[in-house]
Design a binder for this molecule. Structure first.
Ligand SMILES: O=C(O)CCC(=O)C(=O)O
Ligand SMILES: [Fe+2]
Length: 365
């Protein structure tokens, strides 16, 4: 239960939660896609070998990461390269190996305490003004640092450059304020009911996006396909299946890159192997939409041509394009809003067309 002053926001009435969506390797029809068709038909043997090698290496790395649940290990433990630090990392990794597959348990467990989270995959709540003021103050140093770093990278900026990484050891107060806020807001309760175990704050990432970001704009730069599809930048995270809570630190409207979620897409049926294939391609560069990435992607065998970041490749008239179009909820809300979501559902955000958007992305697991 949330403390008083915290209000839950429901999806817009126009949003239609997705029906039972099932993922299949050919759901995105690359063989009939203008930017891929010819590349698939004419992939030379040497390129096929190169693509398979890249894929195999990334899959091997991914399997290690998934076995130790790398993303559930906090930043301070991941970053500490001293002997003691490496031992702590090994201990955390071993504990995670023993813990088993959280996602399978979660989908079975999502009980009534999770509210609409089980059904929708997203839960939005606003915080009172006095709580926001405290959080704003506590996060100032991290945002100043990030703003300075962003200023240095002119021109093409990848998504990861818009995001900072706070250390719990150095930013104890910020972590404390966020933990108190998520607790009061009922976010930990909802997350715990959804996960079927006690949820905690793992990582804190302040994030700034503005009109100078290019990561979502320039898709298929070498082709005639100049306009963005309605599903542009929609993706499922390659993160091992955690939750995120995005806290809006500025007001967010249509033009300031609202976080958007395909309501109900967390229930999408997907084979574990297909999810791993998607994650491998998202991490090995083959999921990119520039000419070189597409040529390599097209040279993979059909079963391996899958991405978690598939939104740029979906045409609006296909079944997947239609489902996303009907189910996408763009969360336009004031500063102090908290958006908890299952990162394995389809989502996007930060595509700023005017002004600036500041958020704190919290990894919850
Ligand atoms: O910036 C956003 O609103 C969403 C970014 C995103 O896709 C994520 O944090 O997983
Ligand atoms: Fe994401």
């Amino acid at each position: 239960m949330a403390a008083s002053g915290y209000l839950t926001i429901e999806p817009d009435r126009s949003v239609k939660p997705v029906s039972d969506l099932g993922w299949t390797p050919d759901l995105v029809d690359y063989e009939n896609h203008g930017a891929y068709r010819e590349l698939i038909e004419r992939a030379p043997i040497a390129l096929r070998l190169e693509a398979m090698t890249i894929f195999a290496v990334s899959m091997a790395k991914l399997l290690v990461k998934r076995t130790i649940k790398y993303e559930f290990i906090p930043y301070d433990t991941r970053a500490d390269k001293s002997l003691g630090g490496r031992l702590r990392f090994a201990g955390a990794a071993l504990k995670n190996v023993v813990r088993g597959d959280a996602r399978a348990r979660r989908l079975a467990a999502a009980g009534s305490d999770a509210g609409n989270m089980g059904e929708h995959g997203i839960h939005v709540v606003t915080m009172p003004v006095d709580r926001f003021t405290v959080l704003d103050e506590a996060s100032r140093i991290e945002f100043d640092r990030l703003a300075a770093r962003r200023g240095q990278s002119n021109g093409r900026r990848q998504f990861e450059e818009s995001r900072g990484q706070a250390s719990r050891a150095e930013q104890r107060e910020l972590f404390d304020v966020i933990e108190t806020t998520l607790k009061e807001a009922g976010v930990f309760d909802v997350a715990s009911a959804y996960l079927g175990r006690k949820a905690r704050l793992i990582d804190v990432n302040p994030q700034i996006n503005d009109t100078s970001d290019t990561f979502w704009r320039d898709i298929f730069p070498d082709t005639e396909l100049k306009s963005l599809p309605p599903t542009a930048y929609c993706h499922r995270d390659a993160s091992g299946g955690d939750l995120k809570a995005i806290i809006y630190m500025t007001d967010v409207d249509d033009r300031t890159g609202p976080f958007s979620y395909v309501v109900g897409s967390n229930r999408m049926k997907l084979e574990r192997l297909d999810d791993l294939i998607c994650e491998a391609n998202d991490s090995n560069g083959l999921a990119g939409t520039d000419a070189r990435s597409r040529a390599r992607f097209a040279a993979l065998p059909a079963r391996l041509r899958q991405k978690g970041s598939f939104g740029n490749d979906v045409r609006p008239e296909t079944p997947l394009g239609r489902e996303i179009g009907q189910g996408l909820w763009a969360v336009k809300a004031g500063k102090g809003s908290i958006v908890l979501f299952d990162t394995k559902g389809i989502h996007r955000g930060g595509m700023v067309e005017a002004g600036e958007r500041r958020v704190i992305t919290c990894v919850v697991g």
